[in-house]
Ligand binder design. Sequence first.
Ligand SMILES: *Cc1c(COP(=O)(O)O)cnc(C)c1O
Length: 219
Amino acid sequence: MNIKENLLYIKNTLPEHVTLVAVSKTKPVLDILTAYDAGQRIFGENKIQEMTQKWEKLPKDIQWHMIGHVQRNKVKYMAEYVSLIHGVDSFKLLKEIDKQAKKNNRTIDCLLQIHIAEEDTKFGLDENELNEILQSEEFLQLKNIRIVGLMGMATFTEDQNQIKKEFRKLHSIFSTIKNSIANITILSMGMSGDYPLAIKEGSTMVRIGSSIFGARNYH
Ligand SMILES: *Cc1c(COP(=O)(O)O)cnc(C)c1O
C-alpha cells in the first residue's frame, strides 16, 4: 500500500466541490503523518479515545472529524478540538455537545445523521425526527453548536441500484433543508466502496479509509 500514491490519486479524481475526509481509524500515527506530508489535513476517526490520543501526538493544524457513533459521556474528551461531528443522531446528544462546546468557549459544527440504509444496525434519524429537532424551540436555544449538514451511510450491498436509491433519498432531504436553514452546506456520503456513486448523487464530502490506508486489521 502506498498511502501517498493512493491519496493523491483519489484527490485528483474528486471534483473541486467535494471534500476528502481521510479515515484513519485503527491506523498508526506514522500512516497519518505520511498522508499529512502529502498535503492531507482532514482526518476521520470513529472512536473518541483513539482520536484524542492521535490529536495529542500530531500537528495541530489537522482537522479531526468524528465519524462514528458518539456516546454522550465521551463528548467532553473531544470538545476542545474536534472540527466536525458527523454522527449526531439525537437531540440529547446535540444538547451535550452544546454544553461541552460552551465549556470550551467555542462552537462545534455538527452533521445530523440520517438513517437511509435497509439494515437497522445503522444509526440515524428518520425524516420526522430530523424535522422535529430542527423545528423545536429548544434547538434554537443551543448557541454553541451549528448544524452544517447531513450524513448518511448506504446499505452494505453489491446492489448499485439500492445504494443509488438511498443516496438519492438523502440528497433529496438535504436539498429540502438546505433551502430552509442557513449554514447547511455539507452532505457527507460515500466511502471507499461507493464514493463515485455518492458524488454523482450529490455528495459534497466523502469519507475514505481503506482505499487510502489499506484494509483495516482489528486484531
Ligand atoms: C470506517 C468508516 C468509513 C471509511 O470506510 P472505508 O470503506 O474504509 O472507506 C466511512 N464512514 C464511516 C462512518 C466509517 O465508520
